[in-house]
Design a protein around this ligand. Structure first.
Ligand code: FES
Length: 155
């Protein structure tokens, strides 16, 4: 299979998507199906919208209180293919290898997600910010719910 897929926009310009992006778009990891959020017993959640395009992202976390590791990260979005692929990758990054500690998860930047995806077309980079902001919002929610308001950060 080719390393990159070319998709043309309305003006006929080619956008390049890596195989990793395509995989996470066609087989999103940790996606919470619509309707399942009511029975998903999350420790924290975050919901953000993108001023750039009006899309929305919701994200739920399960966090082990003692180790502060993220054991599950589920999400839903009405965003585009790039938002889906980016957030799918983000959800893998924070839960792989036994789960990332919340302080380390707060250090993740959109560039780190892009690096794991092998890049996104320049005009799609803002889509990767959506999951990142939802993650920070959810971690802030966890800080608040666990009485650690002093740890709340600016999203
Ligand atoms: S264009 Fe809105 S999330 Fe990608």
């Amino acid at each position: 299979m080719s390393k990159e897929a070319k998709i043309r926009d309305k003006e006929g310009k080619a956008w390049l998507y890596t195989d990793v992006v395509k995989d996470h778009f066609f087989n999103p990891k940790n996606l919470l199906k619509h309707g399942e959020e009511e029975n998903y017993n999350a420790d924290a959640s975050g919901r953000v919208g993108s001023p750039a395009c009006g899309d929305e992202m919701a994200l739920w976390l399960k966090i082990d209180k003692k180790s502060e590791r993220i054991t599950e990260c589920k999400w839903q979005t009405f965003g585009c293919a790039s938002a889906i692929a980016s957030t799918s990758m983000l959800s893998v990054m924070v839960t792989e290898n036994g789960g990332m500690k919340v302080d380390d998860a707060l250090k993740i930047k959109p560039q780190d997600i892009l690096a794991r995806l092998g890049g996104l077309p320049a005009r799609k980079v803002h889509c990767s910010v959506l999951g990142d902001q939802a993650l920070r919002t959810a971690i802030n929610d966890w800080f608040q719910k666990t009485g650690q308001n002093q740890r709340i950060i600016n999203v």
